[in-house]
Design a protein around this ligand. Sequence first.
Ligand code: CDP
Length: 241
Amino acid sequence: MDKPEKLMIDGKRLDGRSPEELRPFKIVAGALERADGSAYVEMGNNKVFAAVYGPREMHPRHHALPDQAVLRCRYNMAPFSVDDRKKPGPNRRSIEISKVTREALEPVMFLELYPRSVIDVFVEVLQADAGTRTAGINAASVALADAGIPMKDLVSSVAVGKVEETVVMDLFKEEDQWGTTDMPIAMIPRKKAITLLQMDGHFTEEEFKYALDLASRGCTQIYEAQRQALKEKYTMRKEEE
Ligand code: CDP
């Protein structure tokens, strides 16, 4: 797509949202039968699954740590998830996103409970529309809880940024591509602790502070939906018994 002439029209964004609005989102806990824990997340046009296995024995053994579990995250994009077919397999971008996903989640885990083991987190992006790392972190967080792995809290994530001169919540593809700034953030909303913060582009100090506040509000909304998704899964399970 060519660069649109304007990304904001009369204070509204090209998809009709106000600057402070999240895209419509959906979070389902336990979306896959075979994994120990799983989740499905839509944030706008992003469609992402997360599957968790473990804690289980680490293979290869020499990757195990004597005093804690290893959290092993793999972010992967399906070839059909983007406009131009993506070559299957890992690349620099996916390796980087896998690493920051792990680092965003580690602060809420009790890895010391499971020495010599591994907890595997697979994030599979089926459809991408900017912010896939944030959708992946939201899904992974719910999938870990769904697997029954003890956690201090959930991690919630959203990107904020700047489009033309306006600070906006949850950028979609055109804004990510043609906007001034993209700043994905992950938080433990109840603690207001930040576990991921990356930034492309620029902000003034004032804009940065406002963007952080916007991200915090977005993460809180997502956090409520993550908790609701887990509650629904366990209410359903109880009813089935
Ligand atoms: O997805 P996220 O915003 O976390 O990461 P990004 O590297 O900033 O990518 C932004 C968007 O570019 C992705 O969500 C995709 O929609 C798109 N993209 C693409 O079209 N082809 C790729 N090989 C990688 C990304």
